[in-house]
Write a protein that binds this ligand. Structure first.
Ligand code: IPM
Ligand code: MN
Length: 354
């Protein structure tokens, strides 16, 4: 029995995780994976029920799970909630509580969607890269102060810090990821300004001695942001810290036509968590029009990394791309000449193609 904890969260989280579970059940019939699903609350939904965004019960269930499938959290409804009770604290608490130190965000541009990219087709055809984002350190988890008054002036601050072992751990995973891909690693920092980035660069450079076959280069984050727009095909694996990875992965995701298509895997020591990189989209929640593909592709990553069911993972990925090739489009990627479908219909189409 493989225990999967499902956390729908807020907004469209319920619809998209429902879709992914439908697909997983279908793949379970086919590959006999013996999956068991248990549902738990997190985010604003949990705050409304229990007064906290991440109940202990949810975190404990995740610790015992073989894998966690996560939807999305957040929404304008909770904009005025105190900082440490905001829905986003749920995902940050899960990352920290489960030690999910590495976030893999692959960006593959489907041939059928090159026209959806904001970039010219010749720039995006064949883009296949993965961002490896450090997920439990950096400015996200440093000391902070919401407000202090000094000499009559109010200020707030957030502290960025990285240790050598933290950088080594993520860099090692990035080198290993490059090894099974095209052998090219780009480390992204801001070493011309930040001390943490200089430590990052030194540490990655030193580790490169153990990986003679990997071609390593370093880019400043501002340059990397530009390179993603002018020549995204140059990238194979990008490794970077928590905040830079957050920003660059949204930028890279949209190159593929829609952020709704992009999956992620957050790899940890106890267990791993899989979620689409988009948010909870409260404006379209409950309308049945959300694109579930990012979550379904995250479920494929779950099969690959947590259950080592590579063939089942590839079956899902092929079915998603075939569904796009066959012209099915949710609202986020719809244009004339295609079949406009809602969440359930596109899920059905993917299931038929498994
Ligand atoms: C993401 C999200 C989160 C982050 C938010 C919801 C805290 O934007 O997964 O990229 O900033 O990491
Ligand atoms: Mn983000």
């Amino acid at each position: 029995m493989k225990k999967i904890v499902v956390i729908p969260g807020d907004g469209i989280g319920k619809e998209i995780t429902d879709s992914a579970v439908v697909v997983l059940k279908k793949i379970d019939d086919k590959f006999k994976l013996n999956l068991q699903f248990k549902y738990h609350d997190a985010g604003g939904t949990a705050y409304d029920k229990f007064g906290v965004p991440l109940p202990d019960e949810t975190l404990n269930a995740c610790k015992e799970a073989d894998a966690v499938l996560f939807g999305a959290v957040g929404g304008t409804k909770w904009d005025n909630v105190k900082a440490d009770l905001r829905p986003e604290r749920a995902i940050l608490g899960l990352r920290k509580g489960l030690g999910l130190y590495a976030n893999l965000r692959p960006v593959k541009v489907a041939d059928a969607l090159t026209k959806n990219s904001p970039l010219k087709p010749e720039l995006v055809t064949g883009v296949d890269l993965v961002i490896v984002r450090e997920l439990v350190g950096g400015i996200y988890f440093g000391d902070r102060c919401e407000s202090e008054i000094k000499d009559g002036v109010e200020r707030a601050w957030d502290l960025e810090n990285y240790s050598v072992p933290e950088v080594e751990r993520i860099a090692k995973l990035a080198f290993e990821t490059s090894k099974i891909r095209r052998g090219k690693l780009t480390s992204v920092d801001k070493a011309n300004v930040l001390a943490t980035s200089r430590l990052w660069r030194r540490t990655v450079t030193k580790l490169a001695n153990d990986y003679a076959d990997i071609e390593l280069n370093h880019l400043y984050v501002d340059n990397c942001a530009m390179q993603l727009a002018v020549n995204p095909k140059q990238f194979d694996v990008i490794v970077t810290g928590n905040l830079f990875g957050d920003i660059l992965s949204d930028e890279a995701a949209v190159i593929g036509g829609s952020i709704g298509l992009m999956p992620s895997a957050s790899i940890g020591e106890l267990t791993s968590l899989y979620e689409p990189i988009h948010g909870s989209a409260p404006d379209i929640a409950g309308k049945g029009i959300a694109n579930p593909m990012g979550t379904i592709l995250s479920a494929a990553m779950l099969l690959r990394y947590s259950l080592h069911a590579e063939e089942a993972a590839q079956t899902i990925e092929s079915a998603v791309y075939k569904t796009l090739d066959d012209g099915f489009r949710t609202a986020d990627i719809y244009s004339d000449d295609f079949k406009k479908v809602g969440t359930d219909e596109v899920t059905q189409a993917i299931c038929e193609r498994l």
